[in-house]
Design a protein around this ligand. Sequence first.
Ligand code: MN
Length: 252
Amino acid sequence: MSESANNQRRDFIKKTAKAGLAISTVAFIPESLFACTPAAHIATVNPFKTGFDQTPLPYNYNSLEPIIDATTMEIHYSKHAATYSKNLKEAALAEKIDMSKSLEDILPKISTYSAKMRNNAGGHYNHELFWKTMKPGVESKPSSSIVKALEKDFNSLESFKTQFSDAAKTRFGSGWAWLFLTPDKIMKIGSTPNQDNPLMDVSEIKGLPLMGLDVWEHAYYLKYQNRRPEYVENWWKLIDWEFVQKRYEASL
Ligand code: MN
């Protein structure tokens, strides 16, 4: 994040604190209030919107060890994901896309843009969500309310986990497994190839991603080599259930 973006963020947090607002309530302030904020700022003020710049990784590269090793995290965040953001901005400039908008505005009409835009808008959006879906430290447990919601749509928590893991393990080649909320507010599981995601008009599955698992080899190969199923099974211990639940509840 640039120095000026940092200053703006500090100013914003100060003002918010003065106004007596908890930072967690900021998500629900209408986006129009921030119409003039730089793209880099979008995700800072609204965790449910994605700007064009990378937001800082919310933990250290080695924080997810031993499940995801520090070298994988460093290369993944600072090389792979950084390149998606860089190429996304290049494409946006070339295709005259207003970068003060969020990617949530662009992805539903991605078919009207170039392949470079599709690959990198998806790549950037997916990774920004992926980092936030994980948390270091003690394994988080889903609350009874999110468990109840999952049971409604998947019969049981176990069946949800099995279906999600299967989607991740069986995605051929590179891609993502998703838990997503359909427009009629049903949670579903599916997978997409490459850097596509369920927000895109070109995707076979459609809805708002609640959590996504990266099954590109770059996400796990150093530690797990060809053992993608082992990576998928271990990944459950990293999920930030509070984040997934907040995303779900904010989208109902
Ligand atoms: Mn990746």
